[in-house]
Design a protein around this ligand. Structure first.
Ligand code: GDR
Length: 350
């Protein structure tokens, strides 16, 4: 049931995605009215809202961020206290094949939103989800923070950086309360299956319950700073309530490899993972049954992969109640539990 008594309204753009659905859940718990923006045409788009049990509690509006009039009408009518811009293209590798689509979604979508806020709802506070991909080619042993120079190396990173800098310009030039969360990788049961952690948990649950062919992965040695998505979405409303708007890195400060994540997830499902071979010939097997769990396929090997970056959550820790994200072993366990459960109830098409 929609909360008609709520005094504060949040517009969550991208509510059907991982972050949008998790954020909506925490906003509803805090008594907010949540209006969710989605685009027409996304298949099976409300499974997360259903699983989280909030489908009936949010109001949904059809909004295409590419259409300035549509954005303007909704923002003007709603006059939301907060807007969370979590929509757009999110799969880095696709951005090489869809550079224009990526730029239009991520840059022009943000521009249209900023213009709508500036001209019709200037008290609205905006959270824009940027990405650690803005750091691109930077290689550093130190954790990267809000002051680290930006050097994107793919169309996705460029689109996020352009939008992030636009947010900064509107903050400084027009005095809008607008900020960017520079989001390092964040995972959990609501992750889409094209991202590596969910690909792993989905396939391990399949292999555990039904056996079958091994999953194919790219580079086992690729590393990322993986946090738990719900830890990050929980703190987003708080950063918008601070006195002054500024950008925040959302990260853990720790790196793990795909191999490590695969190993933790395989253990969580009850396998005994062992690795054999090197590079393109790497495989992961279950020692007790001999079942092959994963093998490397060139198809998923990225020629231009972004180097590993770890981020510093120091500013977030200092300015908010955020106390750090859960460990990658907790993330793997939560994801495995969710995928085993889905398979048990026959809900595997998500
Ligand atoms: P990423 O996430 O590109 O970092 O972007 P992804 O999970 O796709 O890749 C993480 C790392 O794993 C390696 N990898 C594989 N990746 C996928 N998808 N599939 C595979 O089979 C595979 N095997 C190895 C990749 O090469 C990479 O190194 C995510 C997204 O959420 C972005 O939207 C966000 O901005 C950034 O994180 C921060």
């Amino acid at each position: 049931m929609v909360n008609k008594k709520a005094v504060k309204t949040a517009l969550v753009l991208g509510i059907s995605g991982q972050d949008g659905s998790l954020l909506a859940t925490s906003l509803l718990k805090e008594g907010w009215r949540v209006v969710g923006g989605t685009r027409r045409g996304i298949v099976n788009k409300y499974w997360r809202l259903d699983e989280l049990g909030i489908f009936d509690q949010v109001e949904l509006v059809n909004i295409n961020l590419q259409e300035p009039h549509m954005v303007l009408d909704i923002v003007r009518e709603l006059q939301p206290n907060h807007i969370y811009h979590l929509a757009g293209e999110s799969f880095v590798e696709d951005s090489f094949h869809l550079p224009r689509v990526t730029m239009e979604a991520n840059y022009f979508g943000t521009l249209n939103l900023l213009e709508a806020i500036r001209t019709s709802s200037s008290e609205t506070r905006l959270f824009f989800a940027s990405s650690s991909e803005v750091f691109g080619s930077t290689v550093s042993k130190e954790a990267l923070d809000e002051k680290t120079p930006f050097r994107p190396i793919n169309p996705y990173g460029i689109s996020k950086l352009a939008a992030q800098q636009l947010v900064e310009i509107y903050r400084e030039r027009y005095g809008l309360y607008a900020l960017s969360g520079i989001m390092f990788n964040h995972e959990g049961p609501m992750r889409a299956r094209n991202f590596v952690t969910r690909k792993i948990s989905f396939n391990l649950a399949r292999l555990k319950m039904e056996g079958g062919t091994p999953m194919q992965l790219g580079n086992f040695d690729a590393a990322r700073d993986w946090g738990l998505a719900s830890d990050y979405t929980m703190v987003m409303p708080e950063v918008l309530e601070l006195k002054e708007a500024q950008d925040f890195v959302f990260a853990t400060g720790k790196l793990s490899t795909v191999r490590e994540f695969l190993s933790l997830a395989a253990e969580a499902v009850g396998f005994v993972p062992v690795f054999e071979g090197k590079g393109l010939f790497s495989v992961c097997l279950d020692r007790s049954s001999g079942l092959k769990l994963a093998e490397v396929s060139e198809k998923y090997f990225r020629n231009f992969d972004t180097p590993p970056h770890k981020g510093s959550p120091a500013r977030l820790l200092k300015m908010t109640k955020f106390s750090g994200s859960h460990d990658v072993s907790v993330i793997a366990t939560q994801m495995i539990e969710a995928d085993l459960h889905r398979r048990k109830i026959g809900h595997v098409d998500v």
